[in-house]
Design a protein around this ligand. Structure first.
Ligand code: GLY
Length: 265
């Protein structure tokens, strides 16, 4: 599948997702209280999210459900895919480490694979790529050894890694994501804007702390309906915001970026 992307180039994109685990209600929670999750609704919402990815031009490849891994729908945490290499992570939550082998299998043949090894830990949700820099949240999930291993793995391909301090949120991409070629959407209460030089910083609406998480596909931004004020502000600046309802996976402390891994075919 191809689409017209920024600056007239044509890019084929693959989005890897995973079927929602029947065990989702037993997910890891760090900053949220546990609330009942409607599994059937979560699956319908996830299907709509996958359709939004298709509508934005991605070929969606859904991995099989992992009934024993509650958080496995959050595929973003298991890998960082660059054009030249894929880094299979070692998630910071021990309960999530069984999610990575099937992601490695899915990428076999598409990318050279390298692996984060113990004692390193790294969650893909902590890794924000802005051009040739990988910003990595120094969170409770991604430790110094994991960040160092990532830096060593990607340096041969011309990427630089910058560790970024966070507060009060799970992952770096809870606090900041890219929304266009030259803009990032950011919650200043969770991460400081000064870490992202060269990008215009759009702050979230102060009443919507979770609003900084957005999926950029070409020029489309897939975005949660739970943050309507920030969405409206983005639309007013000309951003093509595509709304999706992710209420059930949000209860599991996952945002829109968490549910896919998107890369050039
Ligand atoms: N529930 C998402 C995570 O903690 O990884």
């Amino acid at each position: 599948m191809t689409l017209q992307a920024c600056k007239g180039t044509t890019i084929a994109r693959i989005a890897i997702t995973r079927a929602v685990s029947r065990a989702l209600e037993h997910c890891e929670l760090t900053h949220l209280a546990r609330r009942p999750i409607d599994l059937a609704l979560a699956r319908r919402q996830h299907a709509a999210y996958e359709q939004a990815l298709r509508d934005a031009g991605c070929e969606v490849r859904q991995l099989a459900e992992q009934p024993d891994h509650p958080d496995s729908v959050f595929v973003e945490d298991t890998v960082i895919v660059l054009d030249e290499v894929a880094v299979i992570t070692r998630p910071g939550a021990a309960s999530r480490r069984g999610e990575t082998p099937s992601m490695a299998a899915a990428l076999n043949g598409l990318r050279e694979l390298v692996h984060i090894e113990a004692p390193g830990t790294l969650d893909g949700g902590d890794v924000l790529r802005l051009d040739r820099t990988l910003y990595v949240g120094a969170s409770a999930r991604s430790n110094a050894a994991g960040i160092t291993q990532l830096a060593r793995s990607v340096a041969p391909f011309g990427y630089r890694v910058e560790s970024v301090p966070l507060r009060d949120c799970l992952h770096l991409k809870s606090a900041v994501t890219r929304i266009s070629v030259d803009r990032v959407l950011l919650n200043p209460a969770w991460v400081e804007a000064r870490h992202f030089p060269g990008f215009d910083v759009v702050p979230v609406d102060p009443s919507e702390p979770h609003a900084a998480n957005a999926v950029l596909v070409g020029e489309a931004v897939i975005y949660a309906v739970s943050c309507p004020r920030t969405a409206e502000a983005l639309r007013k600046t000309g951003i093509d915001v595509r709304s999706v309802d992710m209420s059930e996976t949000e209860k599991a402390e996952g945002g829109v970026t968490c549910c896919s891994v998107i890369f050039s075919a």
